[in-house]
Design a protein around this ligand. Structure first.
Ligand SMILES: C[S@@+](CC[C@H](N)C(=O)[O-])C[C@H]1O[C@@H](n2cnc3c(N)ncnc32)[C@H](O)[C@@H]1O
Length: 384
């Protein structure tokens, strides 16, 4: 513990600290999931920003070094088993065991030098803009690593997304070399960022495949992946529904158009993916097959209301289908509507292997469909 705290202090003193992540809760039921500490300039004085990550919120407090050292020690003695120190000259992995023993292991340098002196402050973000080749190639940052004005929103979205996946992953056990499939990867912003974070910050060893219909995007993304030396990131041209894939541990589908989301969810469920994460896009299919009767017609006679109702029903049924197939499912807004109106995220974590979908949940789905005169739901159909 003493040696680890010394490393932490030295990285701060030499202005080499990138971040410290404290994880692996000692008590499962504790609400506090992880803690991140990052350097921050406040009124030109270098301090530490400590972010407590809870299930539904983050709490940030700023501290002087001495105070933060005590907090780190206290957290490791009482609440967590693990701490990862990321610096610009090397990384350190500190692990405590139930027996009281501990291990401190050095890792390779994965972080670029931070331009401490030229920044007023370092924002809380998981993706490092400086020296990150893919961000430059995708046009998000300038050559010097400055986020372009018209990409601020995109960069915020990328960070938020990575933060959410980070949270989900923290509570799920995966094999060491797990596979992630990103369905409808598009220009690859989020696929690259996730790879960067998992591989370079968290030191995990994922193989990530981005599936995309448009060959020109696939070629461009593969070129950028090569330039960035992202060896285990591959983009393949193909249709979500039938593209040949290896085993899927994590399935991601972000804003895949209309029923492409259902095709992706179906593949994830059929492959028994441990995590399924989807931000649905447009919802035309259910809207077309919806025929309300009686009082409900008073809602659907207004076009926008019918649209919103169809969206709610589409995604509710998707979430319920995930539940029926053994997934613990959450639905929430992942970013403010001012950044994107398509801001619903459905996250399913597989809890149980089922031989057949839960009939009780399936019956509820039938009842909802009957109420709203929905004759057909793409995901349900694909799984039949
Ligand atoms: C709105 S973009 C989203 C891109 C990316 N996931 C993101 O969130 O930034 C949707 C992408 O899905 C692709 N797509 C739609 N249907 C698909 C299908 N059936 N198979 C593969 N890709 C598909 C489109 O070509 C498009 O690039």
């Amino acid at each position: 513990m003493e040696a680890f705290i010394k490393k932490y202090q030295a990285s701060f003193d030499k202005e080499e600290l990138v971040k410290l992540i404290i994880s692996k809760k000692r008590i499962k039921a504790n609400q506090l999931k992880t803690v991140t500490i990052k350097p921050i300039f406040l009124k030109s004085i270098l301090k530490l920003s400590l972010i407590e990550h809870y299930q539904t919120k983050d709490i940030t407090k700023n501290f002087e070094l001495e105070e933060s050292k005590k907090i780190v020690q206290k957290l490791l003695e009482g609440d967590f088993y693990q701490a990862d120190l990321f610096t610009t000259t090397g990384n350190w992995h500190f692990l405590l065991f139930k027996s009281g023993k501990s291990k401190l292991k050095a890792g390779e340098v994965t972080n670029k030098p931070l331009d401490y002196l030229h920044h007023d402050h370092i924002k809380n973000r998981l993706i490092e803009p400086i020296g990150n080749i893919y961000l430059r190639e995708l046009g998000i940052t300038s050559f010097e690593g400055v986020i372009k004005n018209d990409s601020q929103d995109k960069f915020r979205q990328i960070n938020k997304y990575v933060e959410i996946v980070d949270d989900v992953l923290a509570n799920v056990e995966l094999p060491a070399d797990f596979n992630v499939v990103d369905m409808g990867a598009g220009k690859g912003y989020l696929t690259f960022a996730l790879y960067d974070h998992l591989r370079n910050q968290l030191q995990k060893k994922p193989h990530i495949i981005g599936v995309e219909l448009r060959a020109e995007l696939v070629d461009k993304c593969n070129l950028i992946a090569q330039k960035a030396f992202f060896e285990s990131l591959l983009f393949v041209q193909g249709n979500i529904k039938e593209v040949v894939l290896p085993k899927i541990d994590i399935l991601i589908a972000l804003h895949a158009c209309d029923i492409a989301t259902d095709k992706a969810l179906a593949r994830g469920i059929q492959a028994g993916a441990k995590i399924i994460l989807s931000a649905p896009c447009c919802h035309k299919q259910v809207r077309k097959s919806m025929k309300t009767e009686g009082l409900l017609c008073e809602i659907t006679k207004f076009g926008i209301m019918k649209e919103r109702q169809a969206e709610m029903l589409t995604d509710t049924i998707r979430a319920l289908i995930l539940e029926a197939y053994g997934y613990k499912t959450r639905v929430f807004e992942f970013i403010a509507t001012s950044h994107t109106p398509k801001n619903i995220l459905i996250v399913g974590v597989k809890l149980r292997e089922l031989v057949a979908p839960d009939q009780e949940v399936m019956a509820k789905i039938q009842e909802i469909k009957r109420m709203f005169g929905i004759t057909y739901h793409e995901l349900e159909q694909l799984l039949k």
